[in-house]
Design a protein around this ligand. Structure first.
Ligand SMILES: Nc1ncnc2c1ncn2[C@@H]1O[C@H](COP(=O)(O)OP(=O)(O)O)[C@@H](O)[C@H]1O
Ligand SMILES: [Mg+2]
Length: 323
């Protein structure tokens, strides 16, 4: 596992990382979330042995990174933020070079390179120089070098940054496919990505951890979690609204568009209210044209947690603009 204990990093007066602790087990994909400058990349650089910490320690696979740098780096794959790949090398040339410094030679090296090229969908461009590749392909090459030695520990700094939706999908699929046998940390400021890919999420802001839970637990903190939104062709009668409001498992109702759009909030995040809402509507012989249960909104939770309350603008409910 990767175990980070009381890790602190100062750059002069700046405390980029402030006494953070967490661990990641094999089989887990940990999402590292936070606004720009939160300390995500700095933490990753320390874990991969690129820069030393000011205090605290990092163990990877039972070895202290600062004491057994080579031993730990053998088992780590690292995709750095800015996809550093040599521009004038061909894809195959670059990956051969990477495999060589990872200790492969002869037939084993050839096999590793061709396997990785296939796995990362690079066959088409394998003879091109890196500088001629699009951003998405460069990122795949970078990703390929991070997994070429099949590392147990994979540290990916914004792996899908700048990719189009299809390329994002491919990289996410590859990450998920590999996760059973690896401990993976990936940083992102795309909340949706963390929800789709990660089994756990850590939110970091100003160098400190402010949440460490599953994406679902994070979504549960959203005031929209479990809310039922219903849209009607004609305005809903006020006696229906008051029946809904009266029910003991319903907290309140947000009404928009002249009683045509209702968002009904449950008393607690543990309460399922869909059946109750539909029964009450049915009792009044009223049918919505669409209805959905909100999964909770990570962007709202993220903003509430990472923006000081004074700067928090009122969240705008866009649903009335969308219908
Ligand atoms: N080499 C460095 N020298 C000085 N300050 C740095 C250095 N690297 C990062 N920082 C500062 O540390 C803080 C955290 O940066 P970083 O870890 O890159 O954040 P993130 O990856 O979350 O955007 C920022 O305030 C950044 O300016
Ligand atoms: Mg960064």
């Amino acid at each position: 596992m990767i175990k980070v204990t009381n890790l602190t990093k100062k750059f002069g007066q700046i405390k980029a990382v402030n006494n953070i602790s967490f661990s990641v087990n094999i089989g887990e994909i940990l999402g590292f979330l936070g606004p720009n400058g939160a300390g995500k990349s700095t933490t990753m650089r320390i874990i991969t042995g690129f820069i030393p910490q000011t205090s605290g320690n990092v163990c990877v696979g039972g070895y202290d990174v600062s004491k057994h740098s080579l031993k730990t780096r053998e088992n780590i794959g690292y995709l750095a933020g800015n996809a550093p790949v040599y521009p004038d090398m061909t894809v195959t040339g670059f990956l051969k070079f990477c495999a060589e410094i990872r200790g492969f030679s002869g037939a084993a090296l050839k096999k590793k390179v061709s396997e990785t090229i296939e796995k990362c969908f690079l066959t088409k461009v394998q003879l091109q120089t890196v500088e001629t590749l699009s951003k998405g392909y460069k990122q795949r090459v970078s990703f390929a070098q991070s997994i070429i030695h099949d590392p147990k520990y994979l540290i990916l700094d914004e792996p899908t940054d700048g990719l189009d939706p299809n390329q994002k999908y491919e990289i996410r699929t590859m990450i998920r496919q590999m996760s059973k046998t690896k401990a993976i940390i990936l940083s992102s400021h795309i909340l949706e990505e963390v929800d789709i890919v990660c089994s756990r999420a850590i939110i970091i802001t100003q160098g400190s951890i402010i949440a460490d839970e599953t994406p679902k637990q994070l979504r549960k903190r959203s005031k929209f979690y479990g809310a039922v939104s219903a849209i009607f062709n004609t305005p809903v009668k006020n006696d229906i609204i008051s029946d809904l409001k009266k029910h003991k498992i319903i907290k309140n109702i947000d009404i928009k568009n002249d009683n045509r759009n209702l968002t009904v909030f449950p008393k607690t995040s543990e309460t399922a209210i869909l059946d109750t809402v539909l029964t009450i509507l049915n009792n009044h012989k009223t049918k919505p044209v669409s209805v959905f249960v909100d999964k909770g909104r990570l962007d709202e939770v993220f903003r509430t947690l990472t923006v000081p309350p004074d700067n928090l603008l009122q969240n705008v409910n866009l649903s009335s603009f969308l219908h």
